[in-house]
Design a protein around this ligand. Structure first.
Ligand code: PLP
Length: 408
C-alpha cells in the first residue's frame, strides 16, 4: 500500500486556488439570517468590494454558480437566438464559451488563432469593418486563457472596436485574471465582465458574477432570450444586490475577508506580486529548456511540429500570463505522468493540458494567495518530479527563478 504524502497539499493548479487561512476562518461562523440587517450590510460591502476590483461604477449581479453560470447569465440577458457573436480564439476556454453560445442558439464566428499567439488586434478591426450591416452583436474575449497561459489586450481590443465605430457589445471573461492582473471595466469599455470567486479572489468555487454596463442593462430590458434564474430584471426588481433564491451567506463571509486582504495589500501591489511570480516561473522554464524554441503550432485540431526541449507554450512575450504558465514537454514525454508523480509522491498539484494539449502540456498556476517561498518550493518540486519522470531538462531552473526574484 502506498502511503499518502505528508504535509499540506501544495496547490499550483490554476483554479481553484489556495484559500488563505483568514478567509477559511471568516467562514467558520454561525449562519446569519440572510434578510437580517447584519447580513445585508455584509452583502452590500462585498458587492461594493467586487465592483471596486472590477473597476466599475455601473452594475454587478452575482450568482450561486461557478463561472459557467455567469457566462450563461451574460448571454441570456442580452442576446437572442440567431444573433451572431465574434469570438477571439485563445484556447480551451474560448472554445467552451463558444460551445455554450451555440447550445443557446447563438451563431459564433471565431477569429482563428494559433493558441501560442492569440488573435492580432488588427484582425478584430478588420473583421468588424466588413460588418457594415452590424450583424455581429457581441465581441467576446477571454482576458487570460487559463488553458494556454496567453492573455489578450482588453483595452486595445476595445480601441479596435471603436476604430471602426462598431456597436457590438464587448464581453470579457476575467475568471483567471480578476484580482491578479489589471482589469478596468469602465475605462476599457467592457459591457459584460464575467468573473468567479475561486481564483484571484482566493475563495471557494461557487460564486460567480457579471459586471454589467448601463448599455447592456438597457438592452436586457427588452432583449435577451427565455430565462428565469438568470433574469437580471427579476433580480434587480427587489434590490441591486438581490440573489436568486437562498443567499449563500458563508461565501459572503469568505469573500468579505478576501476583499479585505486584497485591499490591505493594495491591488497594484497584488498585480506586481503576480508579475514577479510569473516572471520567475518563466525564468525557470526557459532555463529547463535551455532556450529551446520549436516551430510548434497549436489549434483546436491539435499540435503541429516537433518539440525537442521544454518550452513555454505562449510565444508572445507581450501576451504571457502572470497567473498561469503552460509548459510544453518534448515529444515522447507524458505531461500527465509527470503530474501524477508530482501529486502522488510529492503532494504537489499541477494543472494538466486541456483539449488537444492533454498529455503534452502541464500548467503551473501562480495566482491568488502565493508568495516567493511557495513558488520556489513548487518549482523545485517540478524539477524533482521531472528528474524522477526522466524528462530531459537542464538542472537549475529553481536557481534561475531565484535570480529573477532577487533581481540578479
Ligand atoms: N473561463 C476561464 C478563463 C476559466 O479559467 C474557467 C475555469 O477555469 C472558466 C471560464 C470556467 O469557470 P468555472 O469552472 O468556474 O465554471
Amino acid at each position: 500500500m502506498t502511503s499518502k504524502p505528508r504535509g499540506r497539499q501544495f496547490f499550483f493548479n490554476p483554479g481553484p486556488t489556495n484559500i488563505p487561512d483568514r478567509v477559511l476562518g471568516a467562514m467558520n461562523r454561525a449562519t446569519l439570517d440572510f434578510f437580517s440587517e447584519e447580513f445585508l450590510a455584509i452583502q452590500r460591502l462585498v458587492h461594493a468590494g467586487v465592483m471596486r476590483v472590477l473597476k466599475t461604477k455601473q452594475h454587478l449581479l452575482m450568482y450561486a454558480a461557478n463561472g459557467h453560470g455567469a457566462w450563461e447569465a451574460g448571454f441570456a440577458n442580452v442576446f437572442a437566438p440567431g444573433d451572431t457573436l465574434l469570438m477571439l480564439e485563445s484556447g480551451r476556454f474560448s472554445a467552451s464559451w463558444t460551445d455554450m453560445a451555440q447550445a443557446l442558439g447563438l451563431k459564433v464566428e471565431t477569429l482563428r488563432a494559433d493558441w501560442r499567439l492569440g488573435v492580432p488586434t488588427a484582425a478584430v478591426a478588420e473583421r468588424l469593418a466588413k460588418d457594415k450591416a452590424h450583424e455581429i452583436k457581441g465581441v467576446l474575449v477571454v482576458q487570460n486563457e487559463t488553458s494556454t497561459g496567453l492573455t489578450h489586450p482588453v483595452a486595445e481590443i476595445r480601441k479596435a472596436i471603436e476604430s471602426v465605430r462598431h456597436p457590438a457589445l464587448y464581453l470579457v471573461d476575467t475568471i483567471s485574471s480578476l484580482a491578479s492582473m489589471d482589469f478596468r471595466m469602465d475605462e476599457w469599455g467592457v459591457d459584460i465582465a464575467v468573473g468567479g470567486s475561486q481564483k484571484g479572489l482566493m475563495m471557494t468555487t461557487g460564486l460567480s458574477f457579471t459586471g454589467i454596463s448601463e448599455r447592456a442593462l438597457e438592452l436586457s430590458k427588452t432583449g435577451g432570450m427565455k430565462r428565469s434564474y438568470w433574469n437580471w430584471a427579476e433580480m434587480r426588481s427587489i434590490s441591486p444586490q438581490r440573489f436568486p433564491g437562498t443567499t449563500p451567506v458563508h461565501m459572503f463571509f469568505g469573500l468579505e475577508e478576501s476583499l479585505k486582504l486584497l485591499e490591505e495589500e493594495g491591488l497594484d501591489a497584488v498585480f506586481a506580486r503576480h508579475r514577479r511570480l510569473g516572471a520567475a516561473t518563466r525564468a525557470a522554464v526557459a532555463h529547463w529548456g535551455g532556450g529551446a524554441k520549436s516551430g510548434l503550432t497549436i489549434s483546436a485540431d491539435g499540435l503541429e511540429g516537433r518539440v525537442e526541449g521544454i518550452e513555454l507554450l505562449c510565444r508572445d512575450p507581450a501576451r504571457v500570463s502572470d497567473t498561469v504558465t503552460a509548459i510544453v514537454l518534448p515529444d515522447g514525454h507524458d505531461a500527465n505522468a509527470l503530474r501524477k508523480i508530482a501529486l502522488d509522491r510529492f503532494n504537489l498539484s499541477l494543472g494538466g493540458g486541456l483539449g488537444p494539449l492533454a498529455g503534452r502540456v502541464f500548467r503551473i498556476g501562480h495566482m491568488g494567495d502565493l508568495n516567493e517561498p511557495m513558488l520556489l518550493g513548487a518549482l523545485a518540486t517540478v524539477e524533482l518530479a521531472m528528474t524522477v519522470a526522466g524528462i530531459p531538462h537542464r538542472a537549475g531552473g529553481t536557481e534561475a527563478a531565484i535570480a529573477a526574484l532577487s533581481g540578479r
